[in-house]
Design a binder for this molecule. Sequence first.
Ligand code: AMP
Length: 191
Amino acid sequence: MLNIVLFGPPGAGKGTQSEKMIEKYSLIHLSTGDIFRKNIKEESELGKLAKSYIDKGQLVPDEVTINMLKQEVNNHSNAKGFIFDGFPRTNKQAEALDTLLKELNTEVTLMVSLEVEENELKQRLIKRAELSGRSDDADPKIIQNRIVVYQKETAPVKEYYHNQGKLKSVDGIGSIDDISSNIFKSIDNFL
Ligand code: AMP
């Protein structure tokens, strides 16, 4: 199996690049943010819970997120592999993903980390808010909170994969196609 963790701060381009990777590698795309938003739309219990955190720019608790992700992986037992987009966001989630994949006799192949500096991120998120209608993109205070949470809780996850020799950083600034091409090179060189 080919299992890619696509990593980066909010606004780094994970969603956009996931689409390119799905096409090329025929992987199942699991975006925890998308799954939460679907649940919010459906007004499920999980959606109501997730919304109370997402609206503040906070992370949904690990236990809730990990259980949801496990179910999604188990629902795709015939997959050739996965793109994990927006997961793991804490070291605890990274450990849980290792355990889950081990049970399936597989592992994370590579973490691709999209590198974009903070000012560029803020500008992209404000622009995205006009198109996406996402309430957590619309308020600069919430954007700032998401960036702080990223730095404090999520950035250390990079170290986790670096220590396993699985981290590949890619410049996340430039044209969408140039960035995709750099991601593809990183993956293909690693295989
Ligand atoms: P995203 O679409 O990846 O930007 O995620 C939107 C929001 O969903 C985040 O700001 C978090 O509140 C929540 N979320 C998404 N993925 C996770 C995760 N792996 N752990 C905790 N919260 C998450």
